[in-house]
Design a protein around this ligand. Structure first.
Ligand code: NAP
Ligand code: 8YV
Length: 321
């Protein structure tokens, strides 16, 4: 029997490529000299797609070239890369990779928070530069006595909060609605939360709804001792306003895993010594990336063997006939 045709938009983990290659006829979009000509040639056969948050936008123009598409299996829990409204309109399922990365991302967030406050990367550079031989490293700010505000208390936000409880500090949160089973203080706006705390940890989805949720007003409310940790999406923070707030001392420092135009990072941030910058690595361990990759494979194989998708996104639930 002929294998089902699946399109991959850019190279993925070896585990994903090998397993999809074995189960399907895998079309490698990145190997085509002319993307459009290639898609015009093979697009009418394609029933599944494997893509990732870092492969660029999966937009209406791409949908148009794939008339038989049934499912988009996306690598990453965030799926702001996929035009999900277009998928809904066309009755196409979208799946993501939730939960398997919660602990990894939460661990990294705590690491980034402490690295930012206690200036761990800067201290490492100081030692390597031989400056310790001249004088001790300057005293740093602290986590002690701080109040933490989590913007987006979802799966990962809760895993971060669980870890923070061990640090004996106060925790509050913002989301679009209060969660009745949560005892942390709830603030209905990000500005109100920022006024009440001195660390903001951002872990919402990206996309139009959260674009520049963290703006100049929020940063001003966070105050001169305030620290911003962004592990969500670059789009959630107004990067220009953040650079201004960090330059003027409107906030103390920032720890950033994500940026507005990845992998390009503004030179102003790179030149600042009081920020910690990471290249979008919160889930990037071999263990967790392989678990995410396996879920990309499982969603496609489960769907095409008639068992439904494993982890459809809320906008495209699987309604079993
Ligand atoms: P989730 O369980 O869906 O949680 C998202 C949370 O954000 C929910 O609690 C939601 O609460 C809140 N939220 C949504 N819109 C909001 C808004 N406009 N204002 C305030 N809060 C809002 O998702 P998750 O699995 O925790 O993942 C969260 C996000 O983290 C992903 O979408 C992705 O962008 C990011 N992420 C980044 C990395 C990385 O490598 N840096 C890794 C994994 C995930 P309400 O519904 O009550 O508003
Ligand atoms: C991935 C992420 O690293 O899951 C997400 O939403 O941002 C990260 O876990 C990213 O998708 C890169 O593939």
């Amino acid at each position: 029997m002929a294998k089902t045709d699946v399109l991959m938009t850019a190279p993925m983990l070896p585990l994903v490529m090998e397993k999809l290659d074995a189960a399907f006829t895998l079309h490698r979009l990145w190997e085509a000299n002319d993307r459009n000509a290639y898609l015009k040639d093979i697009g009418s056969k394609v029933r599944g797609v494997a893509t990732s948050t870092v492969h660029g936008k999966f937009d209406a123009a791409l949908f148009e070239l794939l008339p038989k598409l049934e499912i988009i299996s996306s690598f990453g829990v965030g799926y702001d890369n996929v035009d999900v409204h277009e998928a809904v309109r066309r009755g196409i399922l979208v799946t993501n990779t939730p939960d398997v990365l919660n602990d990894e991302v939460a661990d990294l967030t705590i690491g980034l928070l402490i690295a930012t406050l206690r200036q761990i990367p800067q201290a490492d550079c100081y030692l390597r530069a031989g400056k310790w031989l001249e004088r001790p490293f300057p005293l740093s700010p602290t986590l002690r006595g701080r109040k933490i505000g989590i913007v987006g208390l979802g799966r990962i936000g809760k895993a971060i909060a669980k870890r923070l409880e061990g640090f004996d500090i106060s925790i509050a949160y913002n989301g679009r609605r209060r969660q009745e089973d949560i005892s942390y203080a709830y603030f209905p706006t990000v500005v109100a939360l920022a006024e009440a705390v001195d660390v903001l940890i951002v872990i919402t989805p990206g996309g139009a709804e959260t674009k520049h949720l963290i703006n100049a007003e929020v940063l001003k409310a966070l105050g001169p001792e305030g620290v911003l940790i962004n592990v969500a999406r670059g789009s959630v923070v107004d990067e220009k306003a953040l650079i201004e707030a960090l330059s003027s001392g409107a906030i103390l420092s920032a720890g950033l895993d994500v940026f507005e135009d990845e992998p390009r990072v503004p030179q102003e941030l790179i030149d600042m010594e009081h920020v910690v910058l990471l290249p979008h690595v919160a889930s990037a361990s071999v263990h967790t990336r392989n678990a995410m990759g396996q879920l990309v494979v499982d969603n496609l194989t489960s769907w095409f063997s008639g068992h439904g998708p494993k982890t459809p996104v809320p906008e495209t639930p699987w309604l079993k006939a």
